[in-house]
Design a protein around this ligand. Structure first.
Ligand SMILES: [Zn+2]
Ligand SMILES: [Zn+2]
Ligand SMILES: [Zn+2]
Ligand SMILES: [Zn+2]
Length: 240
Protein backbone atom coordinates (compact mmCIF):
# COMPACT_ATOMS: atom_id res chain seq x y z
CA UNK A 1 0.00 0.00 0.00
CA UNK A 2 3.04 2.27 0.04
CA UNK A 3 3.24 5.25 2.31
CA UNK A 4 0.03 5.54 4.21
CA UNK A 5 -1.21 8.24 6.49
CA UNK A 6 -0.56 7.49 10.13
CA UNK A 7 -3.60 7.05 12.32
CA UNK A 8 -4.20 9.86 14.77
CA UNK A 9 -5.16 10.02 18.43
CA UNK A 10 -5.57 12.39 21.37
CA UNK A 11 -3.43 12.87 24.46
CA UNK A 12 -5.71 12.18 27.43
CA UNK A 13 -3.96 14.83 29.55
CA UNK A 14 -4.06 17.92 27.29
CA UNK A 15 -6.50 16.76 24.62
CA UNK A 16 -4.23 17.55 21.68
CA UNK A 17 -4.68 15.41 18.58
CA UNK A 18 -1.59 14.14 16.80
CA UNK A 19 -0.39 11.47 14.41
CA UNK A 20 1.06 8.27 15.83
CA UNK A 21 4.76 9.23 15.92
CA UNK A 22 4.09 12.80 17.04
CA UNK A 23 2.01 11.59 19.95
CA UNK A 24 4.75 9.18 21.09
CA UNK A 25 7.15 12.13 21.26
CA UNK A 26 4.55 14.42 22.81
CA UNK A 27 3.95 12.10 25.78
CA UNK A 28 7.58 12.55 26.82
CA UNK A 29 7.13 16.30 27.22
CA UNK A 30 3.38 17.03 27.70
CA UNK A 31 3.09 19.66 30.44
CA UNK A 32 -0.39 18.53 31.44
CA UNK A 33 0.93 14.99 31.87
CA UNK A 34 3.81 16.22 34.00
CA UNK A 35 1.43 18.24 36.17
CA UNK A 36 -0.80 15.16 36.59
CA UNK A 37 2.21 13.08 37.62
CA UNK A 38 3.31 15.68 40.15
CA UNK A 39 -0.21 15.61 41.58
CA UNK A 40 -0.30 11.78 41.64
CA UNK A 41 3.07 11.65 43.35
CA UNK A 42 1.63 13.59 46.33
CA UNK A 43 -0.40 10.53 47.33
CA UNK A 44 0.67 8.63 50.43
CA UNK A 45 2.50 5.35 50.23
CA UNK A 46 5.63 3.99 48.68
CA UNK A 47 6.79 4.80 45.20
CA UNK A 48 6.84 2.03 42.67
CA UNK A 49 8.10 1.48 39.15
CA UNK A 50 5.50 2.65 36.64
CA UNK A 51 5.90 1.69 33.01
CA UNK A 52 4.97 3.57 29.85
CA UNK A 53 3.94 0.97 27.26
CA UNK A 54 3.07 1.37 23.62
CA UNK A 55 0.99 -1.46 22.22
CA UNK A 56 0.96 -1.88 18.44
CA UNK A 57 -0.77 -4.29 16.14
CA UNK A 58 2.08 -6.16 14.49
CA UNK A 59 0.37 -6.21 11.12
CA UNK A 60 -0.25 -2.58 10.13
CA UNK A 61 0.71 -0.47 13.13
CA UNK A 62 -2.52 1.51 12.51
CA UNK A 63 -3.86 0.39 15.86
CA UNK A 64 -1.95 1.52 18.91
CA UNK A 65 -2.34 2.31 22.59
CA UNK A 66 -0.25 4.22 25.09
CA UNK A 67 -0.70 2.68 28.52
CA UNK A 68 0.74 3.42 31.89
CA UNK A 69 1.06 0.27 33.97
CA UNK A 70 2.06 -0.09 37.59
CA UNK A 71 4.97 -2.42 38.32
CA UNK A 72 3.12 -4.55 40.84
CA UNK A 73 0.39 -5.40 38.34
CA UNK A 74 0.74 -8.66 36.44
CA UNK A 75 0.84 -9.90 32.86
CA UNK A 76 -2.63 -11.25 33.63
CA UNK A 77 -3.84 -7.67 34.21
CA UNK A 78 -2.36 -6.58 30.89
CA UNK A 79 -3.86 -9.58 29.09
CA UNK A 80 -7.30 -8.77 30.55
CA UNK A 81 -6.98 -5.14 29.45
CA UNK A 82 -5.97 -6.03 25.89
CA UNK A 83 -8.83 -8.51 25.64
CA UNK A 84 -11.34 -5.89 26.79
CA UNK A 85 -10.21 -3.02 24.57
CA UNK A 86 -9.22 -4.96 21.44
CA UNK A 87 -9.38 -8.72 21.29
CA UNK A 88 -11.92 -10.86 23.13
CA UNK A 89 -14.18 -12.86 20.85
CA UNK A 90 -14.55 -16.39 22.18
CA UNK A 91 -12.13 -16.90 25.06
CA UNK A 92 -9.07 -17.98 23.07
CA UNK A 93 -5.68 -18.60 24.68
CA UNK A 94 -3.01 -15.90 24.55
CA UNK A 95 0.71 -15.61 25.23
CA UNK A 96 3.48 -13.11 25.94
CA UNK A 97 6.97 -14.01 24.65
CA UNK A 98 9.71 -12.70 26.93
CA UNK A 99 13.22 -14.05 26.50
CA UNK A 100 13.07 -17.85 26.30
CA UNK A 101 9.73 -17.92 28.12
CA UNK A 102 6.15 -17.97 27.02
CA UNK A 103 3.64 -16.67 29.55
CA UNK A 104 0.25 -18.19 28.86
CA UNK A 105 -2.86 -19.75 30.41
CA UNK A 106 -1.58 -23.32 30.03
CA UNK A 107 1.82 -23.59 31.59
CA UNK A 108 4.36 -26.13 32.71
CA UNK A 109 2.62 -28.11 35.43
CA UNK A 110 5.44 -30.61 35.79
CA UNK A 111 3.83 -32.85 33.24
CA UNK A 112 4.01 -30.84 30.02
CA UNK A 113 7.40 -29.82 28.64
CA UNK A 114 8.62 -26.43 27.47
CA UNK A 115 9.14 -22.98 28.89
CA UNK A 116 5.51 -22.12 29.47
CA UNK A 117 4.90 -20.03 32.56
CA UNK A 118 1.80 -18.58 34.23
CA UNK A 119 0.79 -14.95 33.66
CA UNK A 120 0.40 -14.09 37.33
CA UNK A 121 3.84 -12.53 37.50
CA UNK A 122 4.42 -8.86 38.34
CA UNK A 123 5.65 -6.90 35.36
CA UNK A 124 8.35 -5.15 37.42
CA UNK A 125 10.12 -8.51 37.52
CA UNK A 126 10.17 -8.69 33.72
CA UNK A 127 9.90 -5.29 32.04
CA UNK A 128 12.99 -3.28 31.09
CA UNK A 129 12.93 -0.13 28.91
CA UNK A 130 13.47 -0.77 25.18
CA UNK A 131 11.98 -4.26 25.36
CA UNK A 132 9.66 -5.24 22.49
CA UNK A 133 7.47 -8.12 23.61
CA UNK A 134 5.55 -10.17 21.05
CA UNK A 135 2.02 -11.07 22.17
CA UNK A 136 -0.49 -13.37 20.52
CA UNK A 137 -4.22 -13.78 21.07
CA UNK A 138 -5.77 -16.94 19.59
CA UNK A 139 -3.29 -19.47 18.21
CA UNK A 140 -5.59 -20.30 15.26
CA UNK A 141 -6.71 -17.00 13.73
CA UNK A 142 -3.99 -15.11 15.52
CA UNK A 143 -3.93 -11.42 16.43
CA UNK A 144 -0.29 -10.43 16.87
CA UNK A 145 0.68 -7.41 18.92
CA UNK A 146 3.97 -5.87 19.99
CA UNK A 147 4.30 -4.44 23.48
CA UNK A 148 7.04 -1.82 23.63
CA UNK A 149 8.37 -0.78 27.01
CA UNK A 150 9.15 2.88 26.28
CA UNK A 151 9.99 4.15 29.71
CA UNK A 152 9.86 3.61 33.45
CA UNK A 153 9.37 6.16 36.20
CA UNK A 154 9.54 5.88 39.95
CA UNK A 155 6.43 7.35 41.54
CA UNK A 156 2.71 6.93 42.07
CA UNK A 157 0.18 5.79 39.48
CA UNK A 158 -2.59 8.01 38.10
CA UNK A 159 -5.40 5.65 39.16
CA UNK A 160 -6.12 2.76 41.50
CA UNK A 161 -6.44 0.48 38.49
CA UNK A 162 -3.46 -1.55 37.26
CA UNK A 163 -3.48 0.24 33.91
CA UNK A 164 -4.23 3.78 32.75
CA UNK A 165 -5.04 4.66 29.13
CA UNK A 166 -3.02 7.69 27.97
CA UNK A 167 -3.90 7.60 24.28
CA UNK A 168 -5.30 5.36 21.56
CA UNK A 169 -5.66 5.64 17.79
CA UNK A 170 -8.86 6.97 16.31
CA UNK A 171 -10.67 4.70 13.89
CA UNK A 172 -8.52 4.39 10.72
CA UNK A 173 -9.99 5.67 7.45
CA UNK A 174 -11.56 2.67 5.75
CA UNK A 175 -13.38 3.79 2.59
CA UNK A 176 -16.66 2.32 1.42
CA UNK A 177 -15.97 0.47 -1.84
CA UNK A 178 -18.95 2.21 -3.48
CA UNK A 179 -18.66 5.86 -2.38
CA UNK A 180 -15.36 6.32 -0.53
CA UNK A 181 -17.01 7.57 2.67
CA UNK A 182 -16.09 5.91 5.97
CA UNK A 183 -17.13 2.24 5.88
CA UNK A 184 -18.97 0.77 8.85
CA UNK A 185 -19.10 -2.92 7.99
CA UNK A 186 -17.59 -5.73 5.99
CA UNK A 187 -19.74 -7.84 3.67
CA UNK A 188 -18.69 -11.41 4.44
CA UNK A 189 -20.07 -12.74 1.15
CA UNK A 190 -17.70 -10.36 -0.65
CA UNK A 191 -14.84 -11.15 1.74
CA UNK A 192 -15.06 -14.94 1.57
CA UNK A 193 -16.56 -15.59 -1.85
CA UNK A 194 -14.90 -12.98 -4.06
CA UNK A 195 -11.40 -11.60 -4.22
CA UNK A 196 -12.64 -8.04 -4.39
CA UNK A 197 -13.13 -5.37 -1.73
CA UNK A 198 -15.76 -5.90 0.97
CA UNK A 199 -16.09 -2.63 2.92
CA UNK A 200 -19.36 -0.70 2.84
CA UNK A 201 -21.03 2.28 4.50
CA UNK A 202 -24.52 1.87 6.01
CA UNK A 203 -26.25 3.45 3.01
CA UNK A 204 -24.55 1.19 0.48
CA UNK A 205 -25.13 -1.89 2.62
CA UNK A 206 -28.87 -1.15 2.27
CA UNK A 207 -28.67 -1.50 -1.50
CA UNK A 208 -25.92 -4.18 -1.63
CA UNK A 209 -26.67 -7.41 -3.52
CA UNK A 210 -25.56 -9.74 -0.67
CA UNK A 211 -27.20 -10.45 2.68
CA UNK A 212 -24.41 -12.47 4.39
CA UNK A 213 -27.09 -14.98 5.44
CA UNK A 214 -24.58 -17.84 5.55
CA UNK A 215 -22.38 -15.89 7.92
CA UNK A 216 -24.96 -14.54 10.33
CA UNK A 217 -24.90 -11.03 8.87
CA UNK A 218 -22.20 -8.51 7.95
CA UNK A 219 -19.31 -7.81 10.31
CA UNK A 220 -19.17 -4.38 11.97
CA UNK A 221 -15.94 -2.40 11.64
CA UNK A 222 -14.68 -1.41 15.07
CA UNK A 223 -11.55 0.32 16.34
CA UNK A 224 -9.56 -2.85 16.94
CA UNK A 225 -6.92 -4.85 15.06
CA UNK A 226 -9.17 -7.90 15.52
CA UNK A 227 -11.86 -6.48 13.24
CA UNK A 228 -12.57 -9.04 10.54
CA UNK A 229 -11.01 -11.94 12.46
CA UNK A 230 -12.92 -14.88 13.97
CA UNK A 231 -16.24 -13.61 15.30
CA UNK A 232 -14.99 -10.28 16.61
CA UNK A 233 -17.70 -7.60 16.85
CA UNK A 234 -16.32 -5.24 19.51
CA UNK A 235 -17.24 -3.25 21.51
CA UNK A 236 -13.49 -2.37 21.61
CA UNK A 237 -13.92 -0.21 24.71
CA UNK A 238 -11.48 0.09 27.61
CA UNK A 239 -12.57 -1.93 30.69
CA UNK A 240 -12.15 1.02 33.09
ZN1 LIG B 1 -0.64 16.08 26.16
ZN1 LIG C 1 -12.88 -16.20 18.40
ZN1 LIG D 1 -20.92 4.00 0.58
ZN1 LIG E 1 -21.12 -8.35 -0.72
Amino acid sequence: MGRRKQTRGNCVFCGREMAKSGLSKHLQSCEALQAAQTEANKQRGRNQSIYHLQILDAYSGDFWLHLEMRGNATLEDLDAYLRAIWLECCGHLSAFHIGPNRYTQIFNDGWSVGDEKPMNVQVQRLFVPDMAIPYEYDFGTTSELTIKVLNVRDGKPHTKHPIFLMARNRMPDIPCMECGEQATLICLDCLYETDGPSELCDAHWETHQHDCENYGGPMPLVNSPRTGLCGYVGPAEPPY
